[in-house]
Design a protein around this ligand. Structure first.
Ligand SMILES: C[S@@+](CC[C@H](N)C(=O)[O-])C[C@H]1O[C@@H](n2cnc3c(N)ncnc32)[C@H](O)[C@@H]1O
Length: 310
């Protein structure tokens, strides 16, 4: 089982990972680093994130990096999924409740990095026709226009969620614009094409772990380095896996580097195809992924297996 993978930072090779399904714990997927952190285990747990988180003790994770399903954009076709709520308020309430559990499981110096995109009201159209230029945006349902908004309104969903989390006790520390230079074209002529999403940095307490040196960037005005700025230009990455919304690894790396140290545990309660797990392994962190859809558990299993058995 043990194979070699490339160390992210140093390009050195190292060996000693195994991946297996654990029949004793409902088929959880266990990934074990048998070498660097002997006996330390990462895991992917199938289930609803709120229910699974309730079984995890306080102060377990140094950081959480995640991207919940966006409201009304994609139907993952599974009961209990977040994002298919009929109202915006319900969607935000569900996420606030899940992230309350996330906060409890974070260490006192822990942070949450939350990626979320915006969308437009449907104007009470109940489906979205396939967009010729963007097949993945075809939908078999769309939620009704929220009260107080009009057809064609931009919902402002990321900020509504950020404010709700702030009101629930999180410290809202930064909004980061994830600029996608290779964004999908849109068939619109009455507004600019959207080419960004948000990444919010929130903390459990006023003071928290943040290693700014690990993510500093080259200075543009003089030689040397400067503190990381809030606009991150990162291309989406093509993939051959059956998952619509994979994170690019380079979006996750700075979040992990700034918010955790080697050996720490990091959480992704909407694990999808497992990008947070992949980057965590490459950077010698342990991860816990929670995913409702068994089909995506399989995708994550395949991706991680391909990493450790190239
Ligand atoms: C935007 S995707 C995450 C993609 C992920 N960042 C990646 O790189 O592949 C959101 C994921 O949340 C999962 N999901 C939806 N509702 C959930 C719930 N209640 N509990 C756990 N996972 C859920 C979906 O199945 C989907 O895979």
């Amino acid at each position: 089982m043990n194979k070699r993978i490339i160390d992210y930072n140093t390009n050195q090779t190292f060996s000693g990972y195994s991946i297996a399904r654990d029949p004793a714990s409902d088929g959880q997927i266990l990934v074990q680093d048998l070498n660097t952190y002997s006996q330390l285990v990462s895991r992917i747990i199938q289930g609803d994130s709120q229910a699974v988180l309730q079984r995890i003790p306080d102060n377990t994770f140094r950081s959480c990096i995640t991207s919940p399903p966006y409201w009304g954009l994609r139907d993952y076709n599974i009961p209990g999924q977040i994002g298919a709520e009929n109202t915006l308020d319900e969607y935000i309430e569900n996420l606030v409740a899940i992230f309350r559990e996330v906060r409890r499981t974070l260490t006192p110096d822990g942070t949450l990095w939350l990626n979320i995109g915006d969308s437009y009201t449907s104007g009470n159209r109940r489906t979205r026709d396939p967009d010729k230029k963007n097949i993945a945006r075809g939908m078999n349902y769309r939620p009704p226009t929220p009260e107080g908004l009009k057809p064609k309104d931009l919902i402002g969903l990321p900020w509504r969620l950020a404010f709700a989390l702030q009101a629930d006790g999180w410290y809202l520390r930064s909004d980061i614009i994830w600029h996608k230079p290779n964004c999908q074209p849109e068939s619109v002529r009455d507004r600019p094409t959207r080419c960004h999403e948000y990444l919010f940095l929130l903390s459990k307490n006023e003071k928290y772990y943040f290693d700014s040196k690990k993510i500093r960037e080259p200075s543009t005005s003089r030689k040397g380095w400067r503190n990381r700025r809030t606009i991150w230009s990162i291309n989406t990455e093509p993939n051959h896996y059956d998952h619509f919304a994979m994170f690019p690894e380079s979006l996750i790396e700075p979040c992990l580097l700034a918010s955790s140290e080697e050996g720490n545990r990091v959480l992704d309660p909407f694990f999808g195809s497992g990008t947070v797990g992949i980057v965590a392994l490459k950077l010698h962190r342990r991860f816990c992924g929670i995913e409702l859809n068994p089909k995506y558990m399989d995708v994550a299993y395949k991706r991680i297996s391909e990493l450790i058995h190239p």
